[in-house]
Design a protein around this ligand. Structure first.
Ligand code: COI
Length: 355
């Protein structure tokens, strides 16, 4: 089995597209850097990986990914510090997670050399695409798909692993309001909600579009049986400040175990904050909002970082959050960014220098 990058084949772009890109004004995920990594798994063996100019790939219309959604992905970022050094943030977590997602979707594991080595090589080649400044990063998107040209609803034999990168600024612009979903479900017990499976995202689009008509940016998903237990928000995990507690739903098999979620729990605990993972019910949130105990809601995710939420909607009623002078979300976000951008010591060993 080939799992080393020694014989990585590299084809460089003839001319970089970078001069045509305004790195200060980017719509998230719309611009891709010059190169991508690609490796196929054919008949039980990884083939020689390749880096080539970012561009279209060829697949048969019969490829299983199109019919059965056998696909998983990851979201990561590379950060540039003031001296131009480049760091990844906890990439081991993403590597573990993509292989856990792959396992759930009956896909063979991706070799670490391909995942880590592919990302590092791409960053070396496309380092000039990393935007400068607070909030800016190079978003990294590894994606893994089933490519058998066969209309049969069973696991593919052959797969393709790719990595692309995209210079990024903010994910959401403007105020974010969320609606607690009471009818549709993102995931269910025993399902694939804990995996970063492509279909988990498609399942959210229609209900999210419906909520957008009422002025909401995102949904907060609840458990599929009772719609009482808060789960996550699709593009991010969620935290609530209720009284002296900063709580987030405890992980289940229908919640994505976010790297940012995990990092905030650690950072907060080390600051002496009462960070709690537990079951959170919708009734509790409504009561806490009505009594004034619910002080903050914020999202946590790689793309959004830490995102303050203005308020939530539930059963035709909107519950705004109070305006605070020094919200916990802001404190945690600053601590996280200071580690990510190499402005603060990293006692956890989360930063991984690439360049
Ligand atoms: C990320 O936070 O990186 C994700 O993959 C979520 C996605 C919806 C942008």
């Amino acid at each position: 089995m080939k799992d080393a990058l020694d014989d990585l084949k590299i084809t460089l772009v003839e001319e970089s597209r970078l001069p045509q890109v305004d790195l200060l004004h980017l719509t998230f995920g719309t611009v891709f850097s010059d190169h991508m990594f690609i490796a196929d798994y054919i008949d039980g063996r990884w083939q020689t990986p390749e880096i080539r100019p970012y561009g279209p790939i060829e697949l048969y219309p019969g490829a299983k990914v199109f019919h059965y959604g056998q696909a998983v992905f990851e979201g990561m970022k590379a950060f540039k510090d003031e001296e131009g050094r480049v760091f990844l943030f906890r990439p081991d977590k993403n590597f573990e997670r993509i292989n856990r997602s792959a396992w759930r979707l009956a896909m063979p594991p991706i070799p670490e050399e391909f995942f880590m080595g592919g990302i590092k090589k791409l960053i070396e080649l496309d380092k000039d695409w990393i935007p400068d400044g607070e909030g800016a990063s190079l978003y990294i998107r590894p994606v893994y798909i089933a490519i058998d040209n066969q209309i049969a609803a069973n696991a593919s034999r052959n797969y393709r692993f790719m990595i692309m990168t995209s210079p990024a600024q903010k994910y959401f612009s403007g105020e974010v309001k969320v609606k607690i979903e009471q009818h549709y479900s993102r995931a269910c017990a025993g399902g694939v909600g804990f995996a970063k499976a492509a279909g988990n995202y498609a399942a959210q689009f229609m209900p999210t579009m419906e909520a957008a008509k009422e002025g909401y940016t995102q949904l907060i998903w609840t458990d599929s049986k009772t719609h009482q237990l808060v789960e996550e928000s699709g593009a991010m995990n969620v935290f609530f400040r209720i009284g002296d507690e900063i709580c987030t739903p405890e992980l289940t098999d229908s919640i994505l175990p976010g790297v940012t979620r995990d990092s905030l729990l650690t950072l907060g605990r080390d600051q002496g904050l009462n960070m709690v993972e537990r079951k959170i019910t919708v009734d509790e949130l409504v009561d806490a909002a009505e009594s004034g105990e619910l002080k903050e809601i914020f999202g946590a995710g790689t793309a959004v970082t830490v995102l303050p939420i203005k308020g939530f909607g539930y059963k035709d009623k909107y519950y705004p959050m109070p305006e605070l002078d020094n919200p916990i979300a802001g404190i945690l976000k600053q601590m996280l960014l200071d580690i990510q951008y190499n402005r603060a010591p990293d006692p956890y060993g989360w930063r991984v220098r690439v360049l």
